[in-house]
Design a protein around this ligand. Structure first.
Ligand code: URA
Length: 206
């Protein structure tokens, strides 16, 4: 891992493609992932969404937000009038970390150290994409973007991500997988609040 960090800092990618080539050929910090899951969407996208790390489906398919949480996100984006195809979607951590239980691969939350390890990539990525607005989906994204643990319930809403060379108008909301984990009786209201947040994102990105 130490070598990987040094290797990261030594590199000087000039474009998103060059950065992605570096990410693709770097070993995962925690072994196990099938492949790196790169960000997806156009350079110059108005809005960039930052999640936590790829899940099981993302790891298999090599694309961000294609599993259950991603499908929920897509549905909420569509309801809020945000076109996923012109948005940029990425993750704080680029490799799936999991624990095997029988045939299932159970997602393991990245540690603060892992988030910090992957931050160099995220910073460069956002520099190249240069969105007008960066949306943090959940606490791991906030940690990656600010370097601080900020409780989502308190910070939810517009937020300025202001860190050395990265300055972005931001917005903090919950992670879609949090909505999936809620008890059924709480889901509807929480989902509606999430769509409301995305409507505000849509308005800010206009
Ligand atoms: N959760 C995330 O944070 N990112 C993905 O890509 C999928 C699920």
């Amino acid at each position: 891992p130490a070598r990987a960090v040094a290797a990261m800092a030594d590199q000087d990618p000039k474009t998103l493609d060059e950065l992605n080539a570096i990410i693709r050929r770097t070993e995962p910090l925690v072994p196990g992932a099938t492949q790196a899951v790169l960000g997806e969407g156009p350079v110059g996208a108005t809005v960039a969404f930052v999640g936590e790390q790829p899940g099981d489906q993302e790891d298999r398919q090599g694309r961000p937000f294609v599993g259950p949480a991603g499908q929920l996100l897509s549905r909420a984006m569509a309801e809020a009038g945000i076109d996923r195809g012109v948005s940029y979607l990425t993750n704080a951590v680029k490799h799936f970390k999991f624990e095997e239980r029988g045939k299932r691969r159970i997602h393991q939350k990245p540690t603060a150290g892992e988030v910090s390890h992957y931050r160099w990539w995220l910073d460069r990525e956002l520099e190249f994409v240069a969105p007008k607005l960066v949306v943090a989906l959940g606490a791991t994204a906030v940690l990656a973007l600010t370097g601080k643990a900020v409780p989502i319930t308190r910070a939810r809403g517009p937020f300025r991500f202001d860190r050395h060379d990265n300055r972005f108008q931001g917005f903090i909301t919950v992670h879609p997988s949090y909505l999936l984990r809620l008890p059924d009786e709480a889901k509807e209201e929480a989902y509606a609040a999430f769509v409301d947040d995305l409507r505000r994102v849509q308005a800010l990105g206009r």
